[in-house]
Write a protein that binds this ligand. Sequence first.
Ligand SMILES: NC(=O)c1ccc[n+]([C@@H]2O[C@H](COP(=O)([O-])OP(=O)(O)OC[C@H]3O[C@@H](n4cnc5c(N)ncnc54)[C@H](OP(=O)(O)O)[C@@H]3O)[C@@H](O)[C@H]2O)c1
Length: 252
Amino acid sequence: MRVAVIGGTGTLGSVVVAALQARGHEVRPASRSSASHPVNLSTGAGLREVLDGCAAVVDASNGFGSKAAQAVLIDGSRRLLEVESAVGVAHHVVVSIVGCDKVQNAGGFGYYRAKVEQEEVVRTGPVPWTLVRATQFHDLLDTLFAGAAKVGIRPSVEAPLQPVDVGDVAHAIADAVDSGPLGRTLAVAGPQVASLRDLGRTWSVATGRRRLPVRVPAWGPLREVGAGALVDDDPDVRGMTTFASWLKARYA
Ligand SMILES: NC(=O)c1ccc[n+]([C@@H]2O[C@H](COP(=O)([O-])OP(=O)(O)OC[C@H]3O[C@@H](n4cnc5c(N)ncnc54)[C@H](OP(=O)(O)O)[C@@H]3O)[C@@H](O)[C@H]2O)c1
């Protein structure tokens, strides 16, 4: 099957591209920086050329900051679906976040609000869909702790998370592509729930970078996260790779 992966050069998208290729699909990795399939969701440039002849599209793009989130995730999804509908794409798979609807009203979580709106654009859009919600990627926590370590601290929050390997998420997305449109949400979560505090300790041990733990209370914008909004005890797909084993491979 010919499949376009929008955001196919990103952290998740590049692994989705590899997973689909390993199953024999003809894959078009698309993004602004893609040498073979340049597209821009903010303007619509390149979309018709890239989507022409595709049976399915995976949207693993991302946009941070309120302007980019609006342009890429929300308006970009509308542009993408309009072109998909025009060229006859039969299945749109969009990536979202476990619990984004539970934290969207908390202050500082405008990104999650944009994800909820993106989901709604897809659910009410013209192309049959599958929505794959994942928990936080191991890469994201690694970036968070590495950034904090640079300024000498380790954020310590009593908030449960359930980080997952992008390889496990990519596998679930490839399964969704092969199954066809479900018209429902699939949740993909990591194998273990642990507090951000404990994940930080695991990161320090694995990297040998011990830093001053700075306690951040799980209230205000973090209240819902502290109450477990971003974990799923009974996901449709449970990843295999723990944060500790991912770190071991990453820092070996
Ligand atoms: N990170 C996490 O922990 C996590 C957890 C759960 C779900 N998710 C979801 O997973 C998806 C992918 O996240 P990620 O962390 O893999 O993102 P990422 O590494 O930041 O990759 C984003 C991709 O989108 C492309 N992109 C950005 N702006 C674009 C534009 N205007 N037009 C076309 N392509 C554009 C980027 O390439 P160019 O810059 O070259 O255009 C890149 O390929 C997102 O929907 C995110 O919400 C992420």
